[in-house]
Design a protein around this ligand. Structure first.
Ligand code: PBG
Length: 323
C-alpha cells in the first residue's frame, strides 16, 4: 500500500499539526440579552445557561467574558410591552435603555467589538421586522425607521450595525443614512441569507418578540432555496455591506460554503438559539457529550467557510479552551 492516510492520524502531535480547521475565540461573537431594570439576571427556559441581564449585570457578565478572551458581542433588547408601538418609535428614543447600554458597554470596555440588531421586531407592537399595514409588511416605509434606529445606535457608539430585517434595499439605505449623519466609520453586517427558520423559537421566547399575526415568510428566505442566497449576497455586497451573514448555520452549511466561494468580504454565520437549545437539551439528558459535540459543531461551521460565528456557545467554548 503506497498511501496510508492513517499515518497522519497516529498521535496527537501529528493530528494537531495537520488540522485544517481551527476555531479561534477572535472569530466568535457572543450574543447577549438585555432587559430594563436593575440587578436582574433572569434565566431563559428554552436557553439553559443563558440569561436576560439588566445593564449592571450585563457589565459584570462582559467583564467575565473579556477575562476569558471574548472580544466580540452582539446585544439584543427585550422591550417591555408598554414601549412598543406600530412604528417602533422607542427604537430611536434617546431614553431607550438599549442605547444607554451600548454607551456604557463601549465606555467600560472600549476595546471590545459591539454589534447591534437593526429590525423593528423587538419594538413593534405587531412583532414583525417591518411596518405592518393591513396585514402586509411594507418594505419601503420600513427603511426610514431602520435608518433612524441605526443612527441612534451609531450615536451611542456601536461599532457595527446588524440589519436582521430582510427588507429589500436596506443596506444601501442604511449606508447612505449613516454616511450623511457623519457615521461613515460604522460598519454594516448584513443578515444576507436569513431563512424563515423554525430554529429561532427560543430567541423569540427570550425577547418575547414573536409576530402577533402571521409568519415572516414574505421577507425571510425559503429554507428550500440555495441560488437565491447568491442573489441576496450580490446585492448586499454591491450596496456596501462590510460583512455578509448566513442564518441559521447548521442546516445551511452549503449556503455558507457557496457565499465563501464568491465573497471578498468576510462571511459570518449565526449559530442560532434553536441550534444551541437542541444540543444543550441532548447534553443535559446525557445523550451527547457537551465538551465534544459543542466544539465539533463550531468546527463544522468554520470548516464550511464561515470566517465569523455568532454563537451562544462562545463562553463555554472559551472556558473549554482555558482548561
Ligand atoms: C430579529 C432577530 C431574530 C434573531 C436575530 N434577530 C429572530 C427572528 O427573525 O424572528 C434570531 C436569533 C436566534 O434565534 O438566535 N430580527
Amino acid at each position: 500500500m503506497q498511501s496510508r492516510p492513517r499515518r497522519n492520524r497516529r498521535n496527537t502531535a501529528i493530528r494537531s499539526m495537520v488540522q485544517e480547521t481551527r476555531v479561534h475565540l477572535d472569530q466568535l461573537i457572543y450574543p447577549l440579552f438585555l432587559v430594563s431594570g436593575d440587578e436582574i439576571k433572569e434565566s431563559i427556559d428554552s436557553l439553559p445557561g443563558l440569561y436576560r441581564f439588566s445593564l449592571d449585570q450585563l457589565l459584570i457578565e462582559i467583564k467575565e467574558c473579556v477575562d476569558l478572551g471574548i472580544n466580540n458581542y452582539v446585544l439584543f433588547p427585550s422591550i417591555p410591552e408598554e414601549f412598543k408601538d406600530s412604528k417602533a418609535s422607542y427604537s430611536y428614543d434617546p431614553a431607550n435603555f438599549y442605547l444607554e447600554a451600548i454607551k456604557q458597554v463601549k465606555s467600560h470596555f472600549p476595546q471590545v467589538f459591539l454589534m447591534s440588531d437593526v429590525a423593528m421586531d423587538p419594538y413593534n407592537s405587531d412583532g414583525h421586522d417591518g411596518l405592518v399595514q393591513n396585514g402586509e409588511i411594507i418594505n419601503d416605509a420600513t427603511l426610514p425607521i431602520l435608518v433612524k434606529m441605526a443612527i441612534a445606535q451609531a450615536k451611542a457608539g456601536i461599532d457595527v450595525v446588524g440589519p436582521s430585517d430582510m427588507m429589500d434595499g436596506r443596506v444601501a439605505y442604511l449606508r447612505e443614512g449613516l454616511d450623511e449623519a457623519g457615521f461613515e466609520k460604522v460598519g454594516i453586517m448584513s443578515y444576507t441569507a436569513k431563512y424563515a427558520s423554525a430554529f429561532y423559537g427560543p430567541f423569540r421566547d427570550a425577547l418575547d418578540s414573536a409576530p402577533k399575526a402571521g409568519d415572516k415568510k414574505t421577507y425571510q428566505m425559503d429554507p428550500a432555496n440555495r441560488r437565491e442566497a447568491m442573489r441576496e449576497a450580490a446585492l448586499d455586497i454591491e450596496e456596501g455591506a462590510d460583512f455578509i451573514m448566513v442564518k441559521p448555520a447548521l442546516c445551511y452549511l452549503d449556503i455558507i460554503s457557496d457565499l465563501q466561494d464568491i465573497s471578498e468580504i468576510p462571511v459570518a454565520a449565526y449559530n442560532v438559539s434553536g441550534e444551541y437549545a437542541m444540543l444543550k437539551a441532548a447534553c443535559m439528558n446525557g445523550w451527547l457529550n457537551y465538551d465534544q459535540a459543542m466544539p465539533e459543531m463550531l468546527q463544522s461551521i468554520v470548516r464550511a467557510g464561515a470566517d465569523i460565528v455568532l454563537t451562544y456557545f462562545a463562553k463555554d467554548y472559551a472556558k473549554l479552551l482555558s482548561r
